[in-house]
Write a protein of this length. Sequence first.
Length: 115
Amino acid sequence: QVQFVESGGGLVQPGGSLRLSCVVSGSIFSIYAMGWYRQAPGKQRELVAFISSGGSASYADSVKGRFTISRDNAKNTVVLQMNSLKLADTAVYHCNVVGSSYLYWGHGTQVTVSS
């Protein structure tokens, strides 16, 4: 089994910051990539950012320059630093991990940006 512990979500005002963390544990080996997706009410889940085992990161255009993804391979941890948050960033944020033969999702953490 694979377990996810996602944390760091919450309520923040526009322009504020949040730091999401995802720790993955259990029967999981050779993770290729770790990432964050988000799903807003009534919308499809969309990619926010992902990072390879070598540290190469990719971002959705909507978050470039505001969000930074990082990971600790030894601890199977991925972090998403979110700055200059906007109302449109409100969503449930899900962590995922990708290997050669698997794709696992966390349950998600709510991020609400509101004045």
